[in-house]
Design a protein around this ligand. Sequence first.
Ligand code: FEO
Ligand code: CA
Ligand code: CA
Ligand code: CA
Length: 677
Amino acid sequence: MSNTPVSLHDAGEGDEPRCNTSSNPAFSSIIEARLSRRGALLGGLSADLGAMFVQPAPAAAQAATPAERMLGFAAVPTSEADRIAVPQGYTARVITPWGQPITGSMPAFSTRNTGAEQGMQVGQHHDGLHFFPIEGRSPDQGSSTDGLLVMNHEYIEPRFLHASRYAGQRLGGSAVVIANNQRDTDEVLKESNAHGVSVVRVARQADGTWAVRNDPRNRRITGLTPMEIAGPVRGSELVRTKYSPDGTRTRGTLNNCAHGVTPWNTYLTCEENWAGYFRNGTTVDQKPDLPREHARYGVPTARSRYGWELAASGADEFARFDATTKAASATEDYRNEPNAFGWVVEVDPFNPASTPVKRTHLGRFAHEGVVFGPAVEGRPVVAYSGDDAVFEYVYKFVSSRPYTAATANGSLLDEGTLYAAKFNADGTGEWLALAPGQNGLTAADGFGTLAEILVNTRAAADKAGATKMDRPEWGAVDPRTGEVYFTLTNNTRRQEGQVEPANPRARNQFGHIIRWREANNDHAATRFSWDMFVIAGPEAASRDLKGNALAADSLFACPDGLWFDSAGRLWIQTDIGESEQNRGDLAVFGNNAMLAADPVTGEIRRFLTGPKGQEITGVVTTPDRRTMFINVQHPGATTTADAFAAGTFNSLWPDGEGVPRSATVVITKDDGGPIGT
Ligand code: FEO
Ligand code: CA
Ligand code: CA
Ligand code: CA
């Protein structure tokens, strides 16, 4: 091939599907339909469903204390500035930026760091995160000054990761340099090591600031870390490879977007846009010939996103990203390697020697994150998860075995039922079981076993008739009512004829947040009733819970991150794609932001705005709610190829110089009070 460097470009931008910015002429009529439907929902449903929806759950008495205001801060305005802004009376400070040393020989950050050094440092492109109190007994009770911060690193920006090597070249955001049809092996290693999960001990200092502590539990899990495959897919023919002929193990976790926290104090990291890390060049009659478990997820036929399969060393750990059928049997090549990705992966942050486990019963798709219903002694464990791609589905897993606090562990996730959601037009909904013999899933269509169904979760949900959604991102469960909220970030590909009440807008540029209540407030139920919490957008094209337009203090677009704090405050984070930020119809929203909402009144107020080119993603507080951690991902992603070639970046956050770096932000209230009050 060529002797000159070439660039690879993703089909999409960054890690998001492309968005178009056409306006939506039919919006007002859709809003009218929604409002009248909401009226019907609250007043005209059959007696049992109507009562189910409006009746407060018994836990409602545990509201924030009467003195605690849900939205007690002054809104911050939209911003195009290259900084973090928080309300008056709050302070935001940066910790754990990409490249911060946390383990091993603790190599200092430099854009010249080697691949091995990156494996001892915080990864790039921070996403979901959780603060585990240091006692290690509960994910949400214990120390509020000392703990393990565990976070995902979703993807990479090669031109920043290799800023020293790539300086002066005209490169876009996902481009890598390929020469002689090979990639530099250490660049590939560095990219793999910049993915995955970081476990970092952090503690509050005497002066009130937070700092990283050296700790034997500090750990990097990367695209190369050995992992177990558990659940119904373990040992299946579909995951047998040269590396694991018995189909029980694989290497690494990739594109770790949002996360989950189990009731038994472990961390779940979710594999989202993993398909692009592979290629499958298998052909029949000179035409691509991909199995459905690759084709339905978009595994490329030419080159992978970063070309790892082209690593000059030819090492097996990188060659495996070429899933082309090359040998006589699946245990002699990597035709099945992509089937080991697309899962939820369990990590025990308190045991640095533990092997992460891919929990296959939660399904295989573009997992955004996972959120649990409240764990109730003697009842099943229930976990909700969204598949973030256009027209994909919302799922829930219900365990077969009941939860028992004293003995609960990850094996609870290995036996149960995976369901896909169907949102009916009348405000009711159904959970469709994805299991052999149910909802049209039969051996005749290749769904004869649970392993076949789970590896092909999307195809199974298609067959079962689930509702095609506008890119389900994070979910959150209201601790006071048990209602489940999900962000639908946007879907500009929805046509007028595809509009239906749960996805009420054609060419949905701005997204919405839906919520539902399970029948009889039982998270294991197979029926639910749903409503729209907010339709995001500018004043002219948005509606809050009360039917009013969003205004200067509340307007937002492309909701993504979503989290309830323990007082019942809903935090909403935005991810307007970098090619849309501060442009066209999206200009009014400024840089990506975080807002807080009162789920009872529906009031929404902007709490934080971020620097240029980034998205805000990941949010958690300490148990006392007096320290909040959020992540800023991909600052400066709006840097053009020409600007990069000229040595300038669109953002200098957080250092004010050098390459932009994803980082965690610690937010405290100057009077020491809970965040948001
Ligand atoms: Fe990684 Fe769907 O956001
Ligand atoms: Ca993103
Ligand atoms: Ca996201
Ligand atoms: Ca997103």
